[in-house]
Design a protein around this ligand. Structure first.
Ligand code: NAD
Ligand code: DAU
Length: 355
């Protein structure tokens, strides 16, 4: 048996691929175009492992996807491939429209052509799992209940609008053509291999480098954090037992204000790797211009996952953030490797002289 994973060299896709092959002998065909966020170093531990087949290519290349599906005959496709950073979507939305919307369309249509011609048993068992985000639901008021699966779509950034559009395509390919799809909406992930343009890894690497820790606006925006390996276990569970055509919200019930996240990381580093001058890393915090259209609060109601599929996260926020900070301390070579010229250009374009 085989599955096709797209975007499997990115943050969540590489964690998913590693966890999958740690628990199963089922081959992973990993299709990734290796954008700035795709990194084969995340998968170094799979070198020489015949169960992992890496293909450098684009989900928008329908001919390539069709050929891969025909050659490997996967029983499922798990679609992680996307542009994922909100700030980049504000600077340059077109890549998001192209990869997240047009790319998902091409992938869906190639998968439909493959699925349609499958024999009855593998056709019935086939699944297309689309990995989406809580950001499609928009922003919550301070005391509003957490997002359930039936919350209306109200995306506010080019990124979240592109993800919402791709979700609609996935839904339509099920209702119109019968493609057996599953869609997941997860909250903010953190953990190993997280690209240091996102808040948690950026704060860890900037702190250690003696740089500014940029907090947008008043730092009181709330995100709901989930350790990446818990997201991976949830996706495996949905793939295994999710009801075709359904959507599932995935989260860890860990709402935190951004400033609290930054302070927590500083406290951990103060004890694990104290600054040479004995001062706290909190001295490096700087409040900077807010993100345009910044969503104030996200919160996921993950009770359907628990009730219907018996899934629960294994990590608390405390245990997950401890592991994450320790991982970055232990993997300085990985960090140095991703801080290429392109990374430095992004930091300069986005933060200017503030970091
Ligand atoms: P990432 O940016 O780290 O990785 C994305 C990967 O997709 C990269 O390896 C990139 O090369 C690849 N890719 C992009 N466009 C492609 C294309 N057209 N064809 C083939 N490969 C392509 O992103 P991530 O944080 O790992 O997120 C993965 C998925 O999970 C995304 O769909 C994202 O919307 C979703 N998601 C992310 C989070 C989060 O907190 N990071 C939370 C919920 C959902
Ligand atoms: O909610 C799920 C989403 O979480 C995913 O769909 C996205 O792919 C993922 O990037 C993430 O989006 P966010 O915008 O929430 O993540 P980010 O790490 O960019 O920012 C987290 C919060 O921290 C957000 O409120 C903005 C703030 N922030 C971020 C950066 C990079 C800062 O205050 N300073 C920063 O320098």
């Amino acid at each position: 048996m085989t599955i096709l994973v797209t975007g499997g060299a990115g943050f969540i896709g590489s964690n998913f691929t590693l966890d999958w092959l740690a628990q199963s002998d089922e081959t992973v065909i990993n299709l990734d175009k290796l954008s700035y966020a795709g990194n084969l170093h995340n998968l170094t531990s799979l070198h020489g492992d015949a169960r992992h087949v890496f293909i450098h290519g684009d989900i928008g290349d329908a001919a390539l996807v069709g050929q891969l599906l025909g050659a490997h005959q996967p029983r499922a496709v798990v679609n992680f491939a996307a542009e994922s950073h909100v700030d980049r979507s504000i600077h340059g939305p077109s890549e998001f429209v192209q990869n997240n919307i047009v790319g998902t369309f091409a992938l869906l249509d190639a998968v439909r052509a493959y699925w349609t011609t499958r024999p009855a048993a593998p056709k019935a068992a086939f699944r297309f799992l689309h990995v989406s985000t809580d950001e499609v639901f928009g922003s919550l008021g301070k005391d509003a209940p957490a997002f359930t699966e039936t919350h209306p779509f109200e995306p506010n950034s080019p990124y979240s609008a592109s993800k919402a559009a791709s979700d609609h395509l996935v839904r339509a390919w099920h209702h119109t053509y019968g493609l057996p799809v599953l869609t997941t909406h997860c909250s903010n992930n953190y953990g190993p291999f997280h690209f240091p343009e996102k808040l948690i890894p950026l704060v860890i690497v900037n702190a250690l480098a003696g740089k500014t820790l940029p907090v947008y606006g008043d730092g009181q925006q709330i995100r709901d954090w989930l350790y990446v390996k818990d997201h991976c276990s949830a996706i495996r569970r949905v793939l295994e037992a999710g009801s075709v055509g359904s959507t599932y919200n995935i989260g860890g019930w860990n709402e935190k204000a951004n400033l609290d996240i930054v302070r927590t990381i500083c406290r951990l580093l103060d004890s694990l790797r104290p600054r040479a001058d004995g001062k706290s890393y909190q001295e490096q915090i700087a409040f900077v211009t807010d993100r345009p259209g910044h969503d104030r609060r996200y919160a996921i109601d993950a009770s359907k996952m628990e009730r219907e599929l018996g899934w629960k996260p294994a990590e608390s926020f405390d245990s997950g953030i401890n592991k994450t900070v320790q991982w970055y301390l232990d993997n300085q070579a990985w960090v140095a490797n991703v801080q290429s010229g392109a990374y430095r250009d992004w930091i300069k374009t986005h933060y200017g002289a503030t970091t």
